[in-house]
Design a protein around this ligand. Structure first.
Ligand code: DX5
Ligand code: ZN
Length: 223
């Protein structure tokens, strides 16, 4: 694990009436990437955004866009999220399509692949794909909503995945998604996380977002 962790702004808790401004606010606040939560009402019990929304805010920032697909059929949509301006496309190992086929499709679109696993999914489920993705997204909440509490029971699995990645000498980043805030980011860092997704911690916080970003970075290093 090298260098300070990255902070990725999840815009799910942002003001959707001013989404482009909210993407710009996070960009000016010093985050490293923008995290876009895509939900289809089937894989999770919520409906959020499609490629048209990703395309609509693409012009608001030059930062990498990480599209987190919480959808049943990522194979059918990966190309459309690539065309809309995503730089990294994350799909779930629990989704209905064969992970290898989805990784191939994202690669063919010229974008970077990522794979996510839910809190209850064992580490072994993603082992076959760790050498084929740029980001492993470890869910620390049950996907579907922002503002939920961090599930600390996931930390041993995250540590085991960190050890597996280091043992194999792989360059894959470990993203931590759900309930990341000033109290939990240090735990996630100590368990091997390198990309910290923060939604409500950034957009529900009073005061300026830039101060929250630097406070999160400081808290992450206090491990
Ligand atoms: C939940 C999403 C997360 C969420 C993070 O299903 O994948 O990205 O928006 O928001 P917070 O940081 O508020 O848990
Ligand atoms: Zn997410």
């Amino acid at each position: 694990m090298t260098g300070p962790p990255q902070i990725s702004a999840s815009i799910l808790n942002a003001d959707f009436g001013r989404l482009a401004d909210e993407v710009l606010r996070a960009t000016d606040g010093g985050v490293d990437s923008i995290h876009l939560d895509v939900m289809d009402g089937h894989f999770v019990d919520n409906l959020t955004m499609g490629p048209v929304v990703v395309g609509a805010v693409r012009g608001a920032s030059d930062l990498p866009f990480h599209s987190h697909l919480m959808i049943d059929n990522p194979l059918a949509y990966a190309g459309r999220f690539a065309d809309a301006g995503s730089d990294l496309i994350v799909f779930h190992v629990e989704a209905g399509d064969a992970p290898s086929a989805v990784i191939d499709a994202i690669g063919r679109s010229g974008k970077r692949p990522g794979i996510a696993l839910n809190p209850e999914t064992p580490a072994e489920a993603v082992h076959p794909y760790l050498d084929r993705v740029d980001l492993l997204l470890v869910m620390t909440v049950h996907p579907g909503w922002g503002g939920q509490s961090f599930i600390a029971e996931v930390l041993p699995k995250m540590r085991a995945l960190r050890e597996e990645i280091d043992r194999r000498g792989l360059a894959v980043e470990i993203g931590v998604d759900g309930g990341v805030n000033l109290d939990t980011i240090g735990l996630a860092r100590a368990a091997g996380g390198t990309v910290m997704v923060a939604g409500s911690a950034l957009y529900d916080a009073d005061g300026d977002l830039a101060a929250t970003v630097s406070a999160l970075r400081t808290a992450a290093e206090r491990t």
